[in-house]
Design a protein around this ligand. Structure first.
Ligand code: B12
Ligand code: SF4
Ligand code: SF4
Length: 396
């Protein structure tokens, strides 16, 4: 196919993309991403990767290792909402958690895959010789690097792809093809002297040049399955999945709130769940209520652990009986230990029967890490101040 025909097909693809609700599309070469090779290796060596990235670095750099004779990559971008239209209040004794924005509505992997399938069904009709491979998030390539090369936007100091139309509130996907489509122009780096995200990050996870120390990121911390290290627990506040702080502070996101896709609309009861109700969810209930959210991909345990931490952060007294039940009855050690931590944070005054109860539960534990966590909780409870008797009690 000659250059003129490819230019024509590219125009048709762009038109079709708009028609089916792809908010931005760009074309890039499939040359190696070798300018970033060293950074990838260094980041891994420094322990700055999370394990959620594709493991084989060469396959992330050289598209020919994952696709036979790649010639171009089509990058697609869909904008997601940043505001809930009818948010639920987080009332006393009915405290609510929050999912980060990238987990609102139906799992974006499904939405983007569907859009790419629709687009490529059309392309196959007009160019039967096309070969392609689609990816979103879990593919080998770095989605932000592809999108940057395809002129969708620039990579900000927060490591995210920022578009001029939708800020960074966008999902990214890409399609590698065997046809050398004409490429689009890149967008220049737009952060200038701004460092707001770097300064606002509560864990100093952002290195300042688009790189991130992944394990320090709260988004990662909310997705792990083990005990959350103490230093991050308060910092998650009441967000039980993800973190949006470095996006909320970004000037490119101010006033940006697009509701272009009904399937991305957040259902308040789901993305602002009542925390106490999350403690006793059955697998079936979890799947039915949260299963379609991208934030459910690690299962219910991390979300329940985070819900317990969020109750601690709220200092929700009404949660204590529920947490004691968890300590006694939940089958998962991490959940029991986190609940003991939460009780030690919430309980205001020294209470001997509470201490005895947790000591008894601790005696049943077998894993050292869990025993240590419970012992720490008990220590904290022993150091609580004594409740002063009220005047009325003194007179009795
Ligand atoms: C692993 C992962 C994470 C990890 C690690 C984050 C990270 N940035 O690496 C964790 C769990 C922490 C995470 C969190 C989030 N993630 Co995430 N994540 C990914 C994933 C699967 C891989 C990213 C990756 O390869 N990281 C490893 C590093 C080494 O590569 P990199 O991100 O490409 O970054 C390099 C370049 O930016 C490079 N770079 C670029 N230019 C320059 C210039 C210079 C001079 C230098 C030195 C370096 C440099 O520096 C980095 C290090 O080498 C991608 C999907 C994908 N397949 O790409 C989604 C993805 C990046 N995540 C996404 C989202 C939405 C998020 C969250 C906002 C979710 C949330 N609300 O909690 C947060 C944001 C955190 C943040 N500030 O990055 C979106 C981002 C969309 C966008 N607008 O950019 C993606 C693209 C998924 C998608 N398909 O939409 N994520
Ligand atoms: S998502 Fe949160 S913790 Fe992660 S880099 Fe951004 S501000 Fe920091
Ligand atoms: S907050 Fe500032 S430094 Fe960070 S990504 Fe946005 S413009 Fe860039």
């Amino acid at each position: 196919m000659n250059q003129q025909n490819l230019e024509h097909v590219k125009r048709l693809i762009k038109r079709k993309a708009t028609e089916i609700g792809i908010d931005k599309i760009g074309f890039a070469s499939a040359d190696p991403f070798d300018h970033i090779e060293e950074s990838f290796y260094q980041q891994k060596k420094a322990g700055h990767t999370t394990g959620f990235e594709h493991k084989v670095i060469e396959e992330r750099i050289y598209p020919e290792l994952i696709f036979d004779q790649p010639q171009s990559i089509i990058s697609i971008c869909l904008a997601y909402p940043s505001q809930i239209r009818n948010p639920l209040p987080s009332e006393r004794e009915q405290r609510r958690g929050q999912f980060a924005r990238a987990s609102w509505g139906i799992d974006y992997h499904d939405i983007l895959r569907d859009k790419m399938n629709q687009l490529m069904t059309y392309v196959e009709e007009i160019v039967p010789e096309i070969r392609f491979k689609t990816m979103v998030d879990t593919g080998e390539l770095s989605d932000v690097l592809v999108a940057e090369r395809a002129g969708i936007g620039f990579i900000g100091r927060n490591g995210l792809l920022i578009t001029k139309e939708y800020g960074s509130y966008v999902y990214l996907g890409e399609i590698i093809t065997n046809l050398p489509f004409p490429v689009d122009e890149r967008v220049p780096f737009g952060c200038g002297d701004c460092y707001r995200c770097v300064q606002a990050c509560p864990t100093q996870a952002l290195l300042g040049d688009g790189r991130i120390n992944g394990p320090r990121c709260l988004s990662y911390q909310t997705q792990t399955k083990q005990l959350m290290p103490h230093e991050f627990r308060r910092k998650i506040t009441h967000v039980i999945y993800g973190c949006d702080i470095c996006q909320l502070t970004c000037p490119f996101n101010q006033g940006v709130d697009f509701h272009l896709h009904p399937e991305m609309e957040p259902v308040p009861e789901q993305v602002q769940p009542e925390l106490k109700l999350m403690l006793n969810l059955s697998n079936k209930e979890f799947k039915e209520t949260y299963g379609h959210l991208s934030g459910a991909w690690r299962g219910k345990k991390p979300l329940q652990r985070n819900a317990i931490i969020a109750l601690a952060n709220y200092q929700d007294q009404s949660a204590i009986p529920h947490l004691l039940e968890v300590i006694e009855k939940d089958s998962r050690p991490v959940i029991r230990a986190t609940a003991a931590y939460a009780v030690s944070q919430i309980q205001k005054y020294q209470n001997l029967s509470l201490i005895t109860f947790i000591e008894e539960q601790m005696a049943k534990e077998t894993e050292q890490e869990i025993i240590d966590e419970m012992a720490e909780a008990i220590e904290k409870l022993k150091n609580k101040r004594l409740r002063r008797r009220t005047k009325r009690e003194e007179n009795i």
